[in-house]
Design a protein around this ligand. Structure first.
Ligand code: SAM
Ligand code: SF4
Length: 335
């Protein structure tokens, strides 16, 4: 099929990440302040609106939908939305329906997610130590997440673990995390911490653990083979020859991945961000709500927005002060 969404730099947009809520049952220190103010409910797209919105993107050639948040599984009745999206998998228009979750509610929803066609899930987990887990997530409890991971795998889903690399926090667990994922046959991806939102007193630059350093430490114990695999995003992959496992590195700050970017992000209020690192966005909720009977204005707003997708982002950690910082939270844009 000829892609219908092609940006000014000839990149076909086939991947939509959708934040379905800004709320969360955790308060990870790098993501949210403990006293977060959430959006009034009426600002959020309803589940029906989310359906119309995502279906319009699928109609325009989007083949992969990743549901995120906030914590997507705390949105009330979210399974209704997943079940609705499965019709696009059945028609063949959508190739993958997936989600990124903190895992806290997976023990409840794993089977339903599988039944809706979800075959892979990304679970965020930064430490295997219960006390440290409680410290970094503030409200999270590790055993509950472990139960969720077990449930996801028992239901038949592939699990990928996402670890945010945090200096002075999980440096000492690097090999434990790698060993655990090797043993359990789960993919593992390290994410470099990004300058998002206003974290109050938290010193973000102090938490920054460059993945070049993670790789260097890994190379002391393992043989790393660079894989050519690209997903159109900021991830790069290596294979550890000794264990055969695949590791991913998401380094939005130290490497430029923009030339192959195939994705856009929809917030829970219907704003479309064409680039994670730029402020420019398009309000898609207005054409959606103003025209309940036709999607034509929405489709045209989407096409116009893609026509403005910028070439790249402006993050820069090279100075001690964070340049190009974006004021919105990851939980708003959807990480
Ligand atoms: N609540 C879900 C979760 O934690 O997986 C989905 C939303 S969360 C915003 C998505 C991902 O963004 C998580 O893997 C989280 O660790 C990551 N994240 C949040 N804030 C970040 C930051 N400042 N820098 C890098 N990654 C961040
Ligand atoms: Fe919640 Fe995910 Fe942000 Fe943690 S990273 S506070 S789990 S949205």
């Amino acid at each position: 099929m000829t892609p219908r969404l092609v940006d000014p730099f000839e990149r076909a947009i086939t991947y939509l990440r959708v934040s379905v809520t800004d709320r969360c049952d955790f308060r990870c220190v790098y993501c949210m302040a403990e006293q977060m103010t959430f959006l009034p409910k009426k600002e959020l797209l309803t589940l029906e609106e989310l359906d119309r919105m995502c279906s319009a993107f699928v109609g325009l050639g989007v083949e992969k939908l990743r549901i995120t948040g906030g914590e997507p599984l705390v949105r009330r009745d979210i399974m209704t939305f997943f079940r609705a999206m499965s019709r696009h998998l059945e028609s063949g228009a959508l190739k993958e329906l997936t989600l990124t979750t903190n895992g806290s509610q997976l023990f409840r929803f794993a089977e339903d997610l599988y039944a809706a066609g979800v075959r892979r899930v990304n679970i965020s987990l930064d430490t295997l130590d219960e006390a440290k887990f409680a410290r970094v997530t503030r409200w999270g409890r590790l055993p509950q997440v472990m139960k969720g991971i077990d449930a996801a795998r028992a239901a038949g889903m592939r699990v990928k673990i996402n670890v945010v690399a945090l200096k002075g926090f999980n440096e000492d667990e690097l090999f434990d995390l790698v060993d655990w994922c090797a043993r359990e046959d789960m993919h593992l991806t390290f994410i470099e911490v990004m300058p998002m939102g206003d974290m109050g007193e938290t010193d973000r630059v102090g938490q920054y653990w460059p993945l070049t350093d993670v790789r260097r430490q890994l190379a002391e114990r393992y043989t790393l083979t660079e894989l050519t695999e690209r997903t159109g995003g900021p991830a790069r992959y290596v294979r550890l020859e000794e264990t055969g496992q695949k590791l991913g590195f998401i380094t939005p700050l130290t490497h430029n991945f923009c030339e192959s970017c195939n994705r856009v992000r929809l917030t829970c209020t219907g704003e479309l961000y064409m680039c994670l690192g730029q402020e420019d966005m398009a309000d898609l909720r207005k054409p959606l709500r103003d025209f309940p009977a036709t999607d034509a204005p929405l489709v045209s707003a989407i096409e116009k927005a893609i026509g403005r997708k910028p070439k790249g982002h402006d993050f820069d950690y090279s100075r001690q002060q964070v340049e190009g910082q974006v004021s919105r939270h990851m939980s708003h844009t959807g990480g």
